[in-house]
Design a protein around this ligand. Structure first.
Ligand code: CA
Length: 83
């Protein structure tokens, strides 16, 4: 029983929940910041809120976006490893 408790505590420490614990690092050079409202205006689809929330790991309402031919790629603004 004690071993199980220790393993669970260690797992929790390695996998913090989404939210303020994720750093805001901005976007890499080839991406631009885009706010939730701006993105929803471009893609007004059902399920938008759930899809946005699944990408917005730091829950600040901002993602990084890049338009390429045939693809509008989005990542969270926690992904710039240069900061
Ligand atoms: Ca974000």
């Amino acid at each position: 029983m004690l071993v199980t408790t220790i393993v669970l505590a260690a797992t929790a420490a390695l996998a913090p929940a989404a939210g303020a614990e994720k750093p805001t690092r901005g976007c890499t050079a080839s991406y631009a910041e885009i706010a939730r409202d701006e993105l929803q205006a471009l893609f007004p689809r059902s399920g938008f809120a759930e899809a946005f929330a699944s990408i917005d790991k730091n829950d600040d309402g901002v993602l990084c976006a890049k338009q390429t031919p045939g693809l509008f790629n989005t990542v969270d603004n926690t992904s710039n490893a240069t900061r």
